[in-house]
Design a protein around this ligand. Structure first.
Ligand code: C5P
Length: 242
């Protein structure tokens, strides 16, 4: 997969107008645009439809978590929008994840969108998991739930750079790992705690990177995106050479 296709830009904004303005600056330079709960709650599915009609890839980041029948319907409708990637919470359980994949297949008309699992939210640490009655360290739970997602037929997981190596060895080379919390070497880390550079995340084994503010708030978003694509390219080259 070309380096450019591995870069997903997070459109974390409240209006379709701002999202479209960002998209226009980045068209054909990145692989996908991520629409999350803020933008979707404000604007509904119209922006996703519009981006798909423009030929852009969309990652619908709504992290579904409900009974299997409801998640199946939600994934079917997401697939009907024509998005390329969507996600659900692994803690919804195996049956819910299987239903998610079935729904995506039903709505996908031939090409099923990729379905990813969110394992342990990076905002939760081991003591909070214990408080929830979930046994093990955060890393152990991430790996356990990723394996369950894989067994349920999901295509991959969303995971922080810190978890990528453990997931890659637990789930093998074909299970997709999508990594947010990416910061090119220089700018501030914003509110992200566990950041990695694009090169480090790719070298650790990530397939896709999700990048928001380092691109969307850059003075020149197009060149910020191009620089990250180049860094991905270099890391892939180093990876192939080993
Ligand atoms: O602006 P920034 O690059 O931090 O945006 C990262 C994006 O990835 C946001 O849309 C955020 O919701 C998402 N994300 C994250 N950390 C996770 C999961 C998702 O930052 N653990």
């Amino acid at each position: 997969m070309p380096a450019r296709d591995r870069l997903i830009v997070a459109l974390d904004c409240a209006t379709a107008e701002i999202g479209l303005r960002t998209t226009e600056k980045l068209r054909r330079r990145v692989g996908m645009f991520k629409i999350g709960s803020e933008l979707f709650t404000a604007e509904g599915p119209s922006l996703a439809r519009k981006l798909v009609s423009m030929g852009e890839g969309v990652f619908l980041d709504l992290k579904f978590h409900d009974i299997p029948n409801t998640v199946r319907g939600a994934c079917r409708e997401a697939a009907r929008l024509g998005v390329r990637m969507m996600n659900v919470h692994a803690c919804g359980g195996r049956k819910m994840m299987e239903a998610a994949v079935e729904g995506a297949r039903e709505g996908g008309r031939g090409a099923r969108p990729l379905v990813l699992a969110v394992t342990v939210l990076t905002s939760l640490e081991t003591p909070e998991l214990a408080e929830l009655g979930i046994e093990g360290t955060a890393e152990e739970v991430v790996v356990r739930w990723a394996r369950m997602a894989q067994a349920a037929g999901l295509d991959g997981v969303v995971a922080s750079a810190r978890e990528v190596a453990a997931l890659r060895s637990a789930c093998g080379p074909r299970f997709l790992i999508v990594t947010p919390g990416i910061r090119p070497a220089s700018p501030a880390a914003d509110d992200q705690q566990r950041t990695a550079t694009p090169g480090a995340a790719i070298e650790a084994g990530a397939d896709y990177l999700v990048v928001g503010r380092p691109i969307t708030t850059a003075p020149d978003p197009a060149s910020a995106a191009d620089a990250i694509v180049q860094e991905i390219e270099r890391a892939l080259g180093a990876f192939d050479a080993n």
